[in-house]
Design a protein around this ligand. Sequence first.
Ligand SMILES: [Fe+2]
Length: 417
Amino acid sequence: MAAASRSRVAHLLRQLQRAACQCPTHSHTYSQAPGISPSGKITDYAFEMAVSNIRYGAGVTKEVGMDLQNMGAKNVCMMTDKNLSRLPPVQIVMDSLVKNALWKLLSLPKRELLMPMLLWVVAPPWTPVKPLIFPTTSGTGSETTGVAIFDYEPLKVKIGIGSRAIKPTLGLIDPLHTLHMPDRVVANSGFDVLCHALESYTALPYHMRSPCPSNPIFRPAYQGSNPISDIWAVHALRIVAKYLKRAVRNPDDLEARSNMHLASAFAGIGFGNAGVHLCHGMSYPISGLVKTYKAKDYSVDHPLVPHGLSVVLTSPAVFTFTAQMFPERHLETAEILGADTRTARIADAGLVLADTLRKLLFDLDVDDGLAAIGYSKVDIPALVKGTLPQERVTKLAPRPQSEEDLSALFEASMKLY
Ligand SMILES: [Fe+2]
């Protein structure tokens, strides 16, 4: 990379690290009462559902070449990596491109892509992009959302970007992809789905978010919980309760893995419009500051805390904290996940949900808290510092949180069982 562009990359990364995006689409403030927020700003009164076209079916990936031809595509950029390119899903995409004469191989090293990607990261969120097609494994729900994660290992920068402009033109949900996932990948992807559903269902309601945008284009992708997202989140949670353990424990259980793949899309539609909050906000430094932890079943040659693991490890502490607001929703989700809530007091909703989550994690052999993945008390200030810029999601938590609150949440997540 030329010296000039290297210094520009460093400048852009410093900007990203210093502050969360302050543009009207990405920033908003917390408010507890509909109408007027404590800061005097008027809260929003509307929400908008933006959803990708989705196609579901076993083997549907083979249609991608025809889709691109139907779109009139001349140049196609396929993003993959060394591991994925050896697996059948990528081979099937390549075959489909060749069959429709769309294939000319031009391989670009990662460093060539850094600058264009960075420029896009800092561009206004309504910047148009080329049509996007997402064949994916289950977990992130990225086939349905306008959310991307920018992760630059050399500087330990990991940041989420939300923009309606990057909602896929077409999401291909092919359950056959999930048959190649080892059990820890299935578990961690499932935890991501679980947290998407729980966080979006307990997020600050859209009509308590301020300011009210002066133009609909400034309404953020993450708008707060709303009646339509709620339906998707609750349904996804029911599927997780029924199928997650089966999907992890039996690689040949196509019914369980197919259903988890659908749950991922359902939760994606929900959180893609409602947003997530503290588990995700706190997860970025947990993944970004990893020291030596290497997750089982992930064939990478560097330390890695998988995204799903980084979000779920704080979930018992987070929901104990947030249940002060909307305790009924917290109790309802605990019941969906299998808790007997018949004699539970509403004041204990957070504790009941936290216990239910701990049991699920224990049953699925999850590491015993942040300490088990290499963190200790001395790391808490850095973890808090890494969470503070994630206002895009942390401000959607139903309860505002101080730096002391965040420290306490990290401390409570050091050990789970
Ligand atoms: Fe996630």
